[in-house]
Design a protein around this ligand. Structure first.
Ligand code: C2E
Ligand code: MG
Ligand code: MG
Ligand code: MG
Length: 289
């Protein structure tokens, strides 16, 4: 009796684990299919230069065109990509697509830099700098069209290693931005010693600016500090004209946000840029869907 019960209990647990295993295997298979069958695509969000109103760069953001679930955003699948060990493969795809698009823009006579987000797991790949160099050169691009957006956690996890990796990447001529700045634990004093070009102030600091004067004061002083260390400051999450005007007033270098444009497919970005061209300094807000 006791044995049978125990076996049944064990069996139950096993079956439970097994069905999770099935689900996991199915999603993994879907992800591999997504990578092989070209279901990943990039949307581009413009970064507006606040002193001139012009667009000098865009950020590439990955999406998954899932055959059943439709268009998926990174929050829905990046953790799985990471867990499945597929991040290096995804990063490679994102680079190829982003650089293909950069080459198209260059052919059209547009000078647009393209920023790609890099996870910590991709950054530790020792071959990465050489591969990036090759991918850039083979398309006839200059390395400075590429901006790598890295997060603070990567910088803080192993400082010496981060320093070494960034130094190698910067040596090939790409630019480095620290993404979601302010959400981690890095200090400006530490960042001063790293080979970086740009800080991207996290949207959690920018979005409350309209309602909270203290938020605005914090942003203003952070911009000054960044500048005193020779770093460019880019604000993300600009959702209204008040934030846009305040950031411009405080000398923030560039801004990104739904007020100017959501991330969109390249063709839509081209149309948006064309519409702006008669007056590059005129920001035309897009309707919130
Ligand atoms: P991120 O790099 O900080 O990108 C900015 C995110 O904020 C994007 O979300 C963008 O759509 C959103 N955003 C931009 N302007 C506004 C605004 O005005 N208001 C609000 N509320 N949000 C705004 P998305 O595209 O869902 O990407 C989320 C995150 O996924 C990214 O955050 C980045 O960390 C990661 N990610 C995206 N693409 C890639 C990729 O190719 N590789 C890796 N490793 N991570 C990626
Ligand atoms: Mg980013
Ligand atoms: Mg960001
Ligand atoms: Mg962010």
């Amino acid at each position: 009796m006791y044995r049978a019960k125990s076996t049944r209990g064990g069996h139950h647990v096993y079956r439970d684990g097994d069905s999770h295993g099935d689900e996991r295997l199915r999603t993994l298979a879907e992800l591999r299919t997504a990578l092989h069958e070209d279901q990943l695509l990039l949307h581009y969000q413009p970064k507006i230069d606040l002193s001139t109103g012009t667009v000098r760069g865009v950020e590439a953001l990955v999406r998954w065109d899932h055959p059943v679930r439709g268009l998926l955003y990174p929050d829905a699948f990046l953790a799985l990509v990471e867990e499945a060990g597929l991040m290096p493969a995804m990063t490679q795809i994102v680079f190829e697509k982003a650089l293909d698009q950069a080459a198209i823009w260059q052919e059209q006579g547009r000078t647009l830099s393209v920023a790609v987000n890099l996870s910590a797991s991709s950054l530790v790949d020792a071959e990465l700098p050489d591969r990036i160099g090759d991918m850039v050169t083979v398309r006839g691009l200059v390395p400075s069209v590429l901006v790598l957006e890295i997060t603070e956690d990567f910088l803080m996890a192993d400082r010496d290693r981060a320093h070494a990796i960034l130094t190698r990447l910067r040596a090939i001529g790409v630019r480095i931005a620290v993404d979601d700045f302010g959400t981690g634990y890095s200090s400006l004093a530490y960042l001063r010693d790293l080979p970086i070009d740009e800080l991207k102030l996290d949207k959690s600091f920018v979005m409350p600016m309209a309602d909270d004067p203290r938020a605005t004061a914090l942003v203003a002083s952070t911009i000054d500090l960044a500048h005193s260390l020779g770093l460019r400051m880019v604000a993300e999450g600009v959702e209204n004209s008040a934030a846009y005007a305040d950031l411009a007033g405080y000398g923030c270098d560039a801004a990104q946000g739904f007020f100017m444009s959501r991330p969109v497919p390249a063709a839509e970005l081209d149309a948006w840029l064309a519409k702006r061209e008669p007056d590059a300094t005129l920001i035309q807000p897009v309707a919130f869907p």
